[in-house]
Design a protein. Sequence first.
Length: 559
Amino acid sequence: MNSNSNSNTNFIREIIEEDLKNNKNNGRVHTRFPPEPNGYLHIGHAKAICLNFGIARDYNGLCNLRFDDTNPTKEDIEYVDSIIEDVKWLGFDWGDRMFYASDYFQTLYEFAIELIKKGKAYVDPSSPEEIKEHKGTLTEPGKESPYRDRPIEESLDLFIKMKEGKFEDGSYVLRAKIDMSSPNIHMRDPVIYRIKRVTHHRTGDKWCIYPMYDYAHPLSDWIEGITHSLCTLEFEIHRPLYDWFLEALELKNRPRQIEFARLNLSYTIMSKRKLLELVEEGYVSGWDDPRMPTICGLRRRGYTPESIRNFADKIGISKRESLTDVALLEHSIREDLNKRAQRVMAVLNPLKIVITNYPEDKVEELEAVNNPEDPSMGKRKIYFSREIYVERDDFREDPPKNFYRLYPGNEVRLKYAYIIKCNEVIKDDDGNIKELHCTYDPETRSGSACKRTVRGTIHWVSISHSYKAEVRLYDRLFLVENPLAIENRDFKEFINPNSLKILNDCYIESNFINAKAGDKFQFERLGYFCVDPDSTDTYKIFNRTVSLKDTWAKIEKKN
């Protein structure tokens, strides 16, 4: 055993360590991540990925990537490719152990034959409606199918004909023969095979019968030698069925299913079906929209794999469902980018300043720190000239109390440059502020021996040494903490109308004209931003990853 002492102790690790202590599974630890390729992975899946691969890593074990491709009506190779990319991007490696449930279709079919021969499965022509009606309720036992005791040879013959395509879709199913009076409805003779003439993305038209997940899952685990099958809590009630298939087939070295609480995140939804609604109905631009909780959406927004792994470690593993504050996820990316992101000066809502006592043809080279958290990132040259842009919000003609930025007659320091004083406000014919005329104090250059100080410091860019860019300000997609918890309301009613604001008149210091898609920056005083893949060599688009502070907490506190 090589338990990672830095990992949080949890009940799953305690179970594994007890198994290792007792030499169960001959000291092996083998997990798997089994996504269904019917959508893109989201942050909840990231928690499961980090858990399964992390457990394998920390105990010198193995972790498989296995696609649960047993329902071809909803699956697509696009989703398979995206899942592979996402797991790799998160930093995990399955080696040569990428599998598909479809790899085992023949073996699963043979196991089904064995169950029939043992008298533990039967072919039933009952309709889905009849099967559902006969299931019973939580307080009433189910009703046995009239075909439950048909001869073994008859069920065998019908099942073989099902496989050979002799029957219409839905005309027959294969059911496990368990207990129609079981208090667990999942044990009441569940369907384990159905007829579906659908082309499979890997097996083509070879099969017209497909196994159900509850049947394929435990047997795929066993085939791969999985020791600990880690599932979210909704599968707890399925565990007796998981064990039943392994026991009914008298398989040795059985895997153990262990359930943990899934991730629920505030101001977020984690249902793939509902996320698909958002995509198909045009509420977002696609699965990788930076407002989506998908891994590809978070990647496009500027999240790093390290920040997501750190988030998964912080929230831990438990048996109890809870709602995690999305602010913790945002804190994780701030913490990560604060250490690694290049600092940049950018103005998103520009107001022109003319420094009237600065020579018109003069350009100065000044020095700026690339990242105060990491001195090894060094410094860069920035350029100062007579005409600059500052943020419009950094000026008030009639300032409120304790406003320490720019207003008529007041002085501020331009970061890395000089102290300037606002002398005149120039307006257009409609009375809108057009530009400011200021003077600078040449004795106050940043880094000089001048001791004069002022209370406010603002950022800026030289107009002649900056480039125009588009900035997309992304915010939380929903206005309420739990959009699915409000009864009799469609979750889409709570979409935040201000979850995306597009600014087209932004200016970035010219040092970063060659920034590439995925490059991450801290815009001084504004937040963390990432270059969007839609950018071109001549036109840059920046996505806001996260603000510098949790502004939502302040808003909620005021309310």
